[in-house]
Write a protein that binds this ligand. Sequence first.
Ligand code: MSP
Length: 666
Amino acid sequence: MLSTFKEEINVGKFYITTPIYYPSDNLHIGHAYTTVVADALARYHRLMGEDVYFLTGTDEHGQKIQRRAAAVGKEPQAFVDEIVANIKKLWKTLAISNDDFIRTTEPRHTERVQQIFQRLYEQGDIYKSEYEGLYCTPCEAFWLERQLVDGKCPDCGREVERVQEESYFFRTSKYADRLMAHIEAHPEFIQPVSRKNEMINNFLRPGLEDLCVSRTTFSWGIPVPFDPKHVIYVWLDALTNYITALGYPDQVGSDSLFARFWPAELHLVGKEIVRFHTIIWPIILMALDLPLPKQVFGHGWLVLDGGKMSKSKGNVVDPVVLVGKYGLDAIRYYLLREVAFGADGIYSEEALVLRINTDLANDLGNLLHRTLSMVEKFADGVVPVPGAYGPLEKALINEADETWQAVQEHMEKLEVSGALTAIFHLIGRANKYIDEAAPWSLNKQGNHERLGTVLYTMVEVIRVSAVLLSPYLVESPARIFAQLGLDPEAAAIGLEAGSKWGLYPAGTKVRKGEPLFPRIDWEEAAEVTGVKKEAPPEKPVPQATTKKAEPTATAATTQEQITIDEFAKIDLRVAKVLTAEKIEGADKLLRLQVRLGEEERQIVAGIARYYQPDELVGKEIVVVANLKPAKLRGVLSQGMVLAAGDGDNLALVMPEKTVGDGAEVR
Ligand code: MSP
């Protein structure tokens, strides 16, 4: 039998929920954000071998929905049916792996809510009285005069309405002390900590009023079973979805979903509904003598530069459009990586494109592409058996192991973005490893044993990275596996097992395919969505800000416009400076020996006034690689370096982080 505050946890299970969404409109990128994070957590725990249950759904009753339906001349049920179908389609588009989808208009829910209400009434926790107070319909929330901010709803800032009606009340006050004790004894219950303090200081300390839990002035809700002119308050109806979906109260036997999964490990909610989940919901559970969820995590909002997304502002970002334009994994990656979970984050399409181009196309895509090209070129496409690992390999293998540890630590703390940062750090290290191990030189030297070790290491670090990425990206790990010549389904082998070094079967033939993430042309992308191009990006966007300049001259502003095809004729590459020296008799010039992937060149640059030769060695710079060779002061120059600035302030253009020489600049 379940007892109050049962402390045992079913080890190895993970029940995670999203809020159930109001189907008052199609969902936008902000809603997708919550659900994609929940999905990554669910996938992570599944890939850790745990028994996972992932629930989402829709919150279909209440005054707000009734009014929205009436405004468009529809019956509420027909109105929500249409939107719910779109929501389900959206989760499919985003590859959300939920185990169930609960609609609060389904009989399995409505009947159970009535049973719960009846029980609370019979045991004296619900009583009838008169309500006179304030109500915010968009938030479906009751407020006291003293809680308003400038006379408006403290959550959404909109007008509140005065309501006076006969209502049923829930004796929340009776449980306030127990709740406070629970929150204090379980610091992990409300996360992040700032939200916990807010709940204690703003709601619990000032004292809880009994909560009005029924309404009579509209009808779109679940009728109170013994007094059907009342409908049950929508939040009581909605919150109980977390247990009705598991079968409570009628299916609680030992083989039920309820026995298997309750209490939830995690309710993931937006910051504005933490209050409902950490005050009202626990009190309902206490009154039902049920254990409380282990944790409620209140995340921040994804907002636009100009503030919140809303239909009325016409600035709603549709995730379906974005997936169509940029691809599923790109959108998932952006949502999971861009914002530290918990904090508010700004959505911008420029930042999304930047993430795609830098992390996905450049770091990950290039790593795969370079590796497979070299396996093809140097080993006929068959991954060699590695010989003895040297210090470079050992350092990389160690890094892979540390990444796996870091991923686990981050995910335990719900730092999804941190986990991805760690994985992409490994990917960056892998790119650097290639530069350092220089397989092209080994090939030139005919050092086949060492070349085999390096090629194997390159392939294996990609395989491990693909496995580690599998909770977050849903298409790319399988595509990477396929290109590595492996069974695509094996990417989902599990994190613990799959992240072990050395599982790649040497002797496998690789199958180089399409680029994983083609680079996006921001100018074109912006045009398609009508994004204002003049808005300054938060970080430089490569396409928009790459400037060309004569090495010694002032960086000129381009006056004449060129087409993208004309621009594409210029082969801009990252080059690594191998040596640099002054040229006798030419005090402005430096002679640079640079490497562009597999090729070395000499470039003469007029930068001697700005750089000492030594400080350039080892740096990655950007060069025009297809410029006709020319002689400067009699010295051959096979390209041109890019620099920005003028007068005394001239700086070479360098990638903001190591990308590997030979990389294209677009
Ligand atoms: N129906 C209630 C939840 C009931 S749960 C028992 C509700 N629905 S909602 O559709 O308005 O919001 C659902 C979730 O989406 C909330 O957690 C909310 O914070 C989240 N988001 C809505 N807009 C968002 C952003 N712009 N950014 C991040 N999350 C956003 O509240």
